[in-house]
Design a protein around this ligand. Sequence first.
Ligand SMILES: *Cc1c(COP(=O)(O)O)cnc(C)c1O
Length: 224
Amino acid sequence: MSEGADHLADVRGRIAAAARAAGRNPANVTLVAVSKTHGADRVRELLAVGHRVFGENRVQEAEEKFPALKADYPDLKLHLIGPLQTNKVREAVALFDTIESVDRERLAASLAKEMARAGKWPDCFIQVNTGEEPQKAGVLPADLDAFVAACRDAHKLPVVGLMCIPPVDEEPALHFALLAKMAARNGLLQVSMGMSADYEIAVRLGATYVRVGSALFGARQAHA
Ligand SMILES: *Cc1c(COP(=O)(O)O)cnc(C)c1O
């Protein structure tokens, strides 16, 4: 087995154990393998053993890697997990199956317009800045319910869930519990939370998607 396949089996096992410990069905947790900064060859290692869901945080990097992979594996699903600029919306809607970083009105409007034009409706997550960090993307918790309503009702975006990236120096469980509560309150079934350091905690607290990079692929080079 490749090293990637080895790590994949380990992470999958941990997700399943965490789900069972919480009385959840492991099938309700999807592992998004975050391949940013890693080459297509590393992605192919996981494709070869049946993994199909990947995440990238930059549109341009994903455009360089994924069209060829999607051609070879038509059931590959790609998530955009990083910030989206409105001038990249066309490329994003064309390439990604899920956009996890919807976080402002102008972007929501632009996505809705492009989806209608392209006739393609990627699932959308609203990113929530649960730690209320000034430098971080995401809607503030206090503004969330109104933003979800605007995305659904005014823009008719296919909003399926919420996503967060907790502050690095805080207990992630508090943020995960808050995100799960906000999703339930808004009738949203999908919750994307948990990374390499804390995905088991996220699964215990209700994550339906975990985004795991370095635990699968090893450490990244500087840029991301
Ligand atoms: C890079 C990244 C991840 C994965 O991080 P790891 O700690 O390597 O698992 C998850 N979510 C987002 C938004 C990221 O940018």
